[in-house]
Design a protein around this ligand. Structure first.
Ligand code: HEC
Ligand code: HEC
Length: 262
């Protein structure tokens, strides 16, 4: 009983915080479901794959040279529409035949591939990288904060290699629910030094005695903790969930996946 009473005061603020977070952005929040294929689709695709594709591509999707369907390694395919086109029109001068499938079978086999052949996996929709780049630089306002291939500010993480370090599901979560996707180390900080300088920025690294940040003027700063009067770390992400539509988010993910180093 004593234990229970001691726990309650800790739980209450957490519950309230969760409520305010949920309550604060109802208009912007998008359902992840609009951006992903359903588990029924993955299931349908799994059956169709076993019947029609496994023959050549193998149960793990890695039998045809240069193609690994499970981990998404394709000679030419990028977007889900590219996948649809290959399946409905065939490939490699007829070595892969054209399939005529019902719409839900076609969606299903794409869902199964995007889920990494995992019936419990997340099958994120992936759109057109060219449209995605235009949205990234324009309406999506991503380029206002992010740097890609040497262009853009340094206030947010450089995304030049993001396609090789994050999964489509992680990229999607960052856009739809930045609070949930926030890495502890990336949190916004507000610091006041002994010299009465106020520094607002993003934390890059921290050890027992020092903290490294990028300040609001994009300067890299390393500060001794003993010189700091105030050091506040925010749990709020520095951005709002995107207002782009689900198709547009899919396009931006398509673009981000093409960013694989310089
Ligand atoms: C008769 C054998 C055969 C069957 C059946 C087959 N494929 Fe293929 N598939 C191939 C060959 C061969 C390639 C070409 C690899 C290349 O371009 O060098 C290929 C390529 C692909 C690619 C990569 C295309 C690209 O250019 O990026 C995808 C995706 C693909 N197949 C999906 C499927 C799916 C899904 C099915 C079942 C609906 C399927 N394949 C059935 C033989 C087959
Ligand atoms: C107001 C500035 C701002 C805008 C606008 C913005 N971001 Fe971010 N983004 C950040 C900051 C700061 C972080 C690092 C904190 C975090 O992890 O959330 C971040 C993190 C990310 C990450 C995670 C990086 C990683 O290492 O995993 C991705 C991906 C990303 N943003 C993509 C986008 C895309 C795509 C858009 C446009 C739809 C966008 N951002 C718009 C500021 C911004």
């Amino acid at each position: 009983m004593k234990n229970l009473i001691r726990k309650v005061p800790h739980l209450l603020p957490v519950a309230l915080l969760a409520l305010t977070l949920i309550g604060s952005q109802p208009a912007l929040a998008q359902e992840a479901g609009d951006h992903q294929y359903t588990s029924e689709a993955i299931e349908t695709g799994s059956r169709l794959y076993a019947q029609q594709c496994a023959l050549c591509h193998g149960p793990q999707g890695d039998v045809v040279d240069g193609v690994n369907l499970r981990i998404g390694q394709f000679p030419t395919v990028q977007s889900d529409d590219d996948l649809r086109q290959v399946v409905t029109q065939g490939a490699a001068e007829g070595r892969m035949p054209a399939f005529s499938l019902r719409a839900e079978e076609l969606d299903g086999v794409i869902a199964f591939i995007r889920a990494g052949f995992d019936p419990d996996g997340v099958a994120v929709k992936i759109g057109d990288p060219v449209r995605g780049k235009a949205l990234f630089d324009g309406e999506g306002q991503c380029a206002d904060c992010h740097r890609v291939r040497g262009v853009g500010p340094r206030t947010a993480p450089d995304l030049s290699n993001i396609g090789s370090i994050r999964t489509p599901a992680a990229l999607q979560r960052n856009m739809l629910d930045p609070a949930a996707a926030l890495f502890p180390i990336n949190r916004p900080v507000r610091i006041v030094t002994r010299n009465e300088e106020t520094i607002v920025g993003r934390r890059l690294n921290e050890d027992t005695y020092t903290v490294q940040i990028v300040d609001s003027n994009e300067r890299l700063r390393s500060l001794k903790k003993s010189d700091l009067v105030t050091y506040e770390i925010s749990n709020e992400p520095s951005k709002q969930p995107t207002t782009l539509s689900s198709d547009e988010v899919a396009d931006v993910i398509g673009y981000l996946l093409t960013l694989r180093g310089l």
